[in-house]
Design a protein around this ligand. Structure first.
Ligand code: ASP
Length: 336
């Protein structure tokens, strides 16, 4: 299931590790009990961390390089996602992504920062780095979501180069698919799919991003969960973040990433919140669970992380000050 057999311990120097031990004043608190809960919450140590869906050590490694140098979570996310977008061998993100039924590679991506700003592009063609265009939408337009030709023109006006994103390998795969034209989603494509990434920097700020070519051989015009706020990604810097991969339609119908963040706000751990969000999808799809995969990853303000999938085969890449690892996620099918 893994593209690269990976367990990479890094030697890390110069990591900015901030200590968030300041105690909150109880002046404005209604009760001492309330203040003591708040103090407990504020007294954990902030250490940078980056996690991503699937086995993507190079992408998470890039994010970590930025975090460990004292960089911002938002920059770590953009630069990390760009690594997979530029990888022509990956057939689910950026250049090399499998096309839609008509042979067009169409990309979706979004990014969200710790201030709650969001930017996204859908149905973007001919531009290799949708995550960077999404960031430009967030930072340089009054809008949050741009689609198709307009998004492409916007990118080109900023100097993004147009290029053919359909590689020979993906064109061949599409030609083969056309022989039967049978649409059946693949549970786990090779070793990875959509890249969803969450990062917390040394200041304790969380950002996230999500980038994909969407479902292989989708109908022309189809857009999945990945670029949609609350579904493929959600960040609330007071609580944490979550992101998704897999059958976007099911994630959209349950607004999965927002759900996970709200569950964490109510006190659930990232792991339990991911399990609950998968549970919502499972309970609505008992009869057709064998047909699709959905997986979530999540992170809270303490840097605690969680992940859960419907099927085996999903893994999470995680970078901390100790190491970069790829581990298999827990999943519903064997747990029940
Ligand atoms: N979530 C993506 C979509 O539905 C695809 C995937 O992650 O497999 O477009």
């Amino acid at each position: 299931m893994k593209r690269r057999d990976f367990l990479h311990a890094t030697s890390l120097t110069g990591i900015a590790v901030a200590s968030g031990t300041a105690l909150l004043s109880c002046e404005n608190r209604e009760t001492e009990a309330e203040a003591s809960v708040a103090n407990a919450e504020a007294s954990f140590k902030i250490t940078p961390i980056a996690i991503a869906t699937w086995n993507v050590p190079d992408a998470v490694g890039k994010a970590w390089e930025i975090l460990s140098d004292g960089g911002k979570a938002l920059d770590a996310i953009e630069q990390g996602c760009r690594v997979e977008e530029a990888n022509a061998e990956g057939q689910s993100v950026g250049i090399g992504g499998l096309p839609d039924r008509d042979g067009n590679v169409t990309l979706d991506a979004c990014i969200m920062n710790s201030e709650g700003d969001y930017g996204a592009v859908v149905y973007l063609q001919n531009i290799k780095h949708p995550i960077s265009v999404a960031r430009k939408v967030m930072e340089e337009t009054p809008h949050v979501l741009m689609a198709g030709k307009g998004a492409e023109q916007f990118a080109v006006s900023l100097g993004f180069e147009k290029e053919n994103l359909l590689t020979e390998a993906s064109r061949k795969a599409w030609e083969e698919w056309k022989v039967t034209s049978e649409y059946k989603p693949v549970i786990n494509i090779e070793n990875h799919d959509t890249i969803g990434m969450l990062a917390m920097d040394a200041a304790g700020n969380i950002s996230g991003g999500c980038t994909t070519s969407g479902l292989a051989y989708k109908m022309a015009g189809r857009v999945g969960d990945s670029p949609i706020i609350g579904s493929g990604l959600f960040i609330d810097n007071e609580v944490g973040g979550a992101t998704a991969t897999g059958m976007g339609e099911e994630v959209l119908k349950t607004v999965g990433s927002f759900l996970i963040v709200e569950l964490m706000r109510q006190g659930m751990s990232p792991q339990k919140a991911c399990e609950e969000a998968i549970g919502r999808i499972v309970s609505k799809n008992k009869e057709r669970l064998g047909d699709f995969q959905v997986a979530y990853i999540a992170m809270n303000k303490k840097g605690e992380t969680g992940s859960y999938a419907i099927h085996p085969g999903f893994s999470v890449t995680r970078a901390t000050e100790e190491e970069i690892t790829n581990t298999n996620s827990k999943h519903y099918i064997s747990d029940n």
